[in-house]
Ligand binder design. Structure first.
Ligand code: PEP
Ligand code: MN
Length: 342
């Protein structure tokens, strides 16, 4: 249930509603908007009688949220959420690019990529220090040493960092070093991990599970929001289907559907979706056109020597050319590509 206050409602009026909600044993979540405040009610399992709220003069309207997820629903929070990370605003007026290697491999590798991204005006560097690999024999990441390298890059370049937390044991360490915690597809329904990500206070990039429905994705986001962390970015990274022409099947329709159902920003990962660097430019162009708030792309100085996900990693020239093409489409849909150089 969402209680919409009158425009002129005072702090005291809001407090009265919050107390009433708490007296019923539920949790109140005030959501200030540009015109008026709404107060979300969470913790109720069924219909809540709204007359006691409608009788208050300061209450304009009561909306019963019909979706199983609440805090992540657009009904609850009609305005778009904008997640601010450094100078970038994901979900704002511009289109945000996040790029970097699948995994942090060495000082030389990560600083070379960082230097290139800085030149390109890309605001956020991705790179896994803890890698969830399908095979236990594959490179598992540099772990805390990888995080330390990312932190040095941040200090020396100003680039903001996105890196994955794979379990509840390492997430506190990840949160200490990173700007954005990534929760990977394999962990989308690791509920204790989602709760800890929510408690970390850091923005969370939540990737759609390999065969998760959009409702499941939004319920996972709900776990993070329910810990009082509103900075969640959703990511469509392809799902597994019957076909094998592509590593995964990029569900571009998820973007407008999620944007309609939720206020959270939505980005697209064309790298993990396609598994093939040749497909990244056309899928990225489509992501801009379909209304995504950004992309997260794997880039490596020598993709064929990458320790993970080489076939889907772009080289510097490929990424640079793609960015030029994206800018044209982004300008034509009035969603300019954000650049730290401008
Ligand atoms: C990644 O971003 O490197 C990754 C492992 O992605 P996903 O969880 O989408 O497979
Ligand atoms: Mn990868």
């Amino acid at each position: 249930m969402l209680i919409v206050m009158e425009n002129n409602a005072s702090e005291k009026d809001i407090e009265i509603v919050v107390r009433k909600i708490e007296a019923l044993g539920f949790t109140a979540r005030p959501i200030p908007g540009s015109n008026r405040t709404a107060i979300g009610v969470v913790g109720n399992r069924g219909y809540v009688d709204d007359t006691q709220f409608l009788n208050l003069e300061s209450v304009r309207q009561v909306i019963h949220v019909t979706r199983p997820y609440k805090l992540s629903s657009r009904e609850f929070h009609p305005e778009d959420t904008v997640v601010h990370v450094g100078k970038a605003a994901i979900g704002g007026k511009s289109f945000t690019t996040i790029a970097g290697p699948c995994a942090v491999e060495s000082e030389k590798q990560i600083f070379s990529i960082a230097g290139f991204l800085l030149e390109q005006g890309v605001p956020l560097l991705r790179g896994g220090a803890y890698k969830p690999r399908t095979s236990p024999y594959s490179f598992q990441g540099l772990e805390e040493n990888g995080l330390k390298l990312l932190a040095r890059v941040r200090e020396e370049t100003g680039l903001r960092i996105v890196t994955e937390a794979v379990d509840i044991v390492s997430i506190d360490t990840v949160a200490e070093y990173t700007d954005v915690i990534q929760i990977g597809a394999r962990n989308m329904q690791n509920f204790p991990l989602l709760r800890k990500a929510g408690k970390s206070g850091k923005p969370v990039l939540l990737k759609r599970g390999i065969s998760a429905t959009l409702e499941e994705l939004l319920l996972s986001a709900e776990y993070i929001l329910n810990e009082g962390n509103g900075n969640v970015i959703l990511c469509e990274r392809g799902v597994r289907t019957f076909d094998n022409h592509s590593r995964n099947t990029l569900d571009l329709a998820a973007v407008p559907v999620l944007k309609e159902a939720s206020h959270l920003p939505v980005i697209v990962d064309p790298s993990h979706a396609s598994g093939n660097r040749k497909r990244i430019p056309p899928l990225s162009r489509a992501a801009v056109a379909v209304g995504a708030d950004g992309i997260i792309v794997e880039v490596h100085p020598q993709p064929d020597e990458a320790l993970s996900d080489g076939p889907q990693s772009m080289d510097f020239d490929g990424f640079k050319n793609m960015l030029q093409e994206l800018k044209k489409i982004a300008d034509s849909v009035e969603r300019p590509v954000f650049s730290t150089n401008e």
